[in-house]
Structure formats: C-alpha cells, structure tokens
Design a protein around this ligand. Sequence first.
Ligand code: CTP
Length: 433
Amino acid sequence: MKKTKIDLEDFLKTILPDQKLLKFLSLARDISKKRREFLYFAGGVVRDYLLKRLYKKRIPKPKDLDLVLQGNLKSFLKELLEKVKGQILFESQFLTYKVKINLNGKEFLIDFITARKEIYEDIAKLPKVFASHFEDDILRRDFTINALIIGLSPPYEGVLIDLVEGEEDLKKGLIKPLYLNSFVDDPTRIFRGIRYKIRFGFNFSEDFFLALKKCFEKSALKKLSGTRLANELKLYLTKEPEKNLKNLLMTTYELNLFEEAELKINKKNFNSLISLLKELKGEISEREKEKIFLFGLVDSRFLESLYRLGFPDSEIKELIKYKKLIEENLSNWEKLSLWEKIKIFEKIPSIYLLTLGIYFPKIKKDLIKFFKEYRKVKPELTGEELIKLGVKEGKEIGALLELIRKEKIEGKIKNEEDEKNLVIQFLLNKSKN
Ligand code: CTP
C-alpha cells in the first residue's frame, strides 16, 4: 500500500465547487473522528485532482463529490443532518445516499457511499454489496486511475492511498482494469474506459485487452440489459465534450463492442448523426436528443435492433412505418415540389423525422430547413378573421388557412396585408364562378 501525505487544504480548495462546502466538510470530518469511522474521497475527484497536478491541465471541477465512509453511514448521516440543514433524497440498494444540504440559502447535492465489497453472482448483473473495509472498497473499482482515495479523517487524514499503482498509470496515461474478470462482472466498465481514454487522451493497457477478451469469451456484453447498455451509450452524448463523440463511437466500433452486444450499427451514420445533432442545438430537448442519438446509431436495415436498447415495440413499429413512407418517395425526391415534401414531413412526428434525416442523407437538407423554419410558419389571420372577411364557416376555412401557409412558405406572400388580399381574391374568384 503506497501512502503519500498531501496538502489537504489545497486538495479541498481545488475540488470543492463552492468554498461554503468547506465548513460542511469540516463538520462531517469532526463527526467521523468522534465516531472513529474513516471518511474519504474516492473516484473521479481524486483522479482529477492528481491529473491537474501532474499535467497542469485545466480540468473542470467535479460535478459530483463521492464521499465514502467506512462505517455505519445511515447513523452517521443522521448525526450530520442534526447539525446541517438538509435531507436524504435517495437511498439506493448499494448502500449509497444522495443528500441535499442547504448552506446559507444555497443547495448542494452530495453522494455519500458506504465503503463496500461487491460480489458478482451472475455475469453482467448488478452485484450484491456488503459494508466493508476501505481496502475492499478500493479493490471493487473499475480502473486503477479511479481507485485512489484521499483520507479526511484518521487513520489516514490527509493521505493519498494507492493500492493498485493508480498514480503510476495516471503518469503513464493508462486505462487499466483492476482484475481480469472486471468486464465479465460489469461490461459497462468497457464503455466507461473508452470515455476516460478519449477524455484524457490516454491509452488502453494490455490488461484492458485481456479483460475484453475474457468478456467476449463469456458473452458478457450479450447479457448486459438493454437499459444499462442504452444508458452507457447515452453518457457519450451527455457526459463528454461534443468534440469527442466521433472518437467515442469509432473506438466502440473498432473494439467490436456493438457487434458483441448484438447491436446492428451503421458506422456510415456517425457523421450525419453528429452533424444533425449539432444543427439542432436549441431546437430539441435533451431527452429528444438522446432518443435521436440511439435511433440514429442503428443500421436502418435492421431497426429491430432497437429492441436490444430497450425501446418498446410500438415505437420501433412507428419508426419502421415512417421509414417506409420516406423510402416510397426517395427515388423521386428531387422532382417533388417544396410543398409536396412538406406534406410528407408533416405526417411524421419530429423524433422519427429527424432520425430519418440521419438514415437518408438525400432528405437531410430539406428536413432541417423544414424543422427549423417551415414548420413554424403560420398564417397571421385566424379562422374568425376569415369569417369576418366573408369566408363561409366549415371546410373552406381550413383550406384557406392552408393556402395562406403554402404561399407564405413559397415566399409568394409576406405579411397580413398580403394574406387579406389572397382571401379577397379567393372570394372574388368564387363569386365569378
Ligand atoms: N465505479 C466502478 N465501476 C462502475 C462505476 C463506477 O468501479 N461501473 C467507481 C469508480 O471508482 C468511479 C466511481 O465509482 O471512479 C464513481 O463513478 P462515477 O461517478 O460514474 O465516475 P467518476 O469516477 O466520478 O468519473 P466522471 O464522473 O468524471 O466520469
């Protein structure tokens, strides 16, 4: 066990998103000292602090702080929350607690974790966990660079503990699993490893490939649930810088993970998927973006593959139906008028439509223009105003509003005055006939 004294004050100052948390932490440390329970930081916070020191790189402050206690966390938190305004928001089956605290009117979320041992009884299934010693808690982790801890209370107050040569691997820039069965136990770690590799510009260690081989031999990726697989892929989009997305997808592809996970992916979609998501910034919600991302990854010839990502039958059938609609018009696409194209687009709900723009590059330009612009064009005049102008109630109103919209989109009319003239002209023509 390698132990290095560190400047705890500097560590805390660097990692804490707000200095208000210093007082809170000092309270937590006092309680852990009184209870003689070891409190420490683990995972991303420690890794990022050391990375910053090693490479003098600007690393963003961690979004989540993982505080671990070797002891009885529930009773520890009860004591802590008697002294600080706050509440437990969520308690998981893995002996973890999400806690919301309020410091001078500002709210913070902190993850508290019990030092634990994990036992994997089934391939690619969630583990059974037991409260345990900090050494077990280090050794249950995914990669050596994530297995470093910094103590906040005795017996290792202000000490960096490294059981697995994690600091060496940080220096060498290596992504190395802790044990060879790591990806058999939890194949999501492979995707995590890819994210760290690309995020930090690191390399995979030899052990990474050996662990991957074991994972393939045991078909562990096939056994990973659809929800967990989809979640890991979504993290490429939500947790990593946008500029890394192509690399993340290509690395996943080249390691053969998609195929091993029984997902039919078309790597030709990657570029158009990435550029489409970029162009739609601000136009769609994060949830919509995630869905289009997953839909867009799969090979359009094998949409049944979406079952593997946990999508329901109804959504997959809808996507197949709308894909057919586009296919029927594809050979003739250039010959269709703008209005005809719009009439096709309007039949398809946004998420499916945008996905089809990824599958069929031929329609992508028209589709983006439709989505960003044409679909928002509405007549200034209302149905009631048309009636005032002398249009008969009933079907004619709808048809006229549609005509106004068409002429506006085609650029033939521009303002309310033009719309009124169009209506008057229509009524005149009608009275002539
Ligand atoms: N961990 C693990 N195996 C997993 C998930 C998480 O061993 N499948 C451990 C790792 O030690 C990791 C820690 O739990 O460092 C916290 O996980 P998470 O918050 O997802 O990642 P961070 O390390 O904080 O990294 P980042 O948020 O920067 O991606």
